[in-house]
Design a protein around this ligand. Structure first.
Ligand code: DQA
Length: 140
């Protein structure tokens, strides 16, 4: 299977950004972890991070025929982006929504996900391990 690993805004700062909430694993380490596990299981991962909503939408569009599944942490766009929601529906991609923290137990504005309904599955609050769980779920 081909898997797109997509990370949204501010996730490039993983490791130094609020480590008490998001952990100490850097984005490079996290991507490497998912790529290695996928390789062991015989799958291919393309890892992309962007701080820009439009770039994330472009990536979903461009991957729509290549990817069999997407592991997506949309960062704060989770709570604001109808455009990303439309992109997931438009591309018919099978997306697992992943959050390092448990957004249902944080500030009220973070508890709302505009993407939840259009994603196939979601994993919350498991830190970096949540990305591996998403991979296993997609390839199962
Ligand atoms: C996050 C949660 C979002 O609310 C936040 O804006 C992020 C990270 C998480 O992984 O827990 O950037 O998606």
């Amino acid at each position: 299977m081909n898997i797109l690993l997509l990370n949204g805004p501010n996730l490039n700062l993983l490791g130094e950004r609020e480590p008490e909430i998001y952990g100490k694993t850097t984005l490079a380490e996290l991507e490497q972890m998912v790529v290695s596990r996928a390789r062991e299981l015989g799958h291919t991962v393309r890892a992309v991070q962007s701080n820009h909503e439009g770039a994330l939408i472009d990536e979903l569009h461009q991957s729509r025929r290549w990817a069999n599944g997407v592991i997506f942490n949309p960062g704060a766009f989770t709570h604001s982006s109808y455009a990303l929601r439309d992109a997931i529906v438009a591309t018919r991609l099978r997306v697992v929504e992943v959050h390092l923290s448990d957004i249902t137990k944080r500030e009220p504005w973070r508890r709302v996900s505009l993407l939840e309904e259009v994603c196939a599955h979601r994993i919350l609050g498991k830190g970096a391990a949540g990305y591996l769980e998403a991979l296993e779920w997609l390839v199962r």
